[in-house]
Design a binder for this molecule. Structure first.
Ligand code: FES
Length: 126
């Protein structure tokens, strides 16, 4: 623990204190290759922390929050001949409690997120 403490309190502090950070933006142009090499771990560390922060704070990319999550892929096959009514609405927002059928949950989802999801409506010709 003492070695880690020394590394952080002494070595890291010295490293940061000696970084050749220019006083102005155009001072970057006067940095030597040796300066850039010296700053590489610092710039890499800042970039890595920025990347981790972005990964932590970015909006979720998942469109299906709860339907059949144990499955690797959710597939529903419906035979159109089995339709009992003239019109059936299928969910495309993944929020329906009756998935794959639409239960109107897309309205709350759209209100909450500003999205514009709606069902796929299949009608029989009569
Ligand atoms: S509930 Fe998902 S589209 Fe209607």
């Amino acid at each position: 623990m003492e070695a880690l403490s020394s590394l952080i309190k002494v070595s890291l502090a010295n490293y940061i204190q000696n970084l050749p950070i220019p006083d102005s933006f155009f001072g970057i142009l006067s940095l030597s290759i040796k300066d850039w090499l010296y700053m590489t771990p610092f710039i890499g560390g800042i970039g890595y922390v920025g990347f981790l922060t972005y990964r932590l704070l970015r909006p979720s990319q998942i469109c299906n929050p709860s339907v059949n999550k144990a499955s690797k892929k959710v597939v529903d096959i419906i035979d159109i001949e089995d339709m009992t009514s003239d019109k059936v609405s299928y969910c495309r927002c993944w929020r329906s409690k009756k998935f794959p059928l639409c239960d109107g949950s897309h309205n709350k989802h759209n209100e909450d997120t500003g999205d514009n999801a709606g069902p796929l409506v299949i009608k029989k010709n009569s």
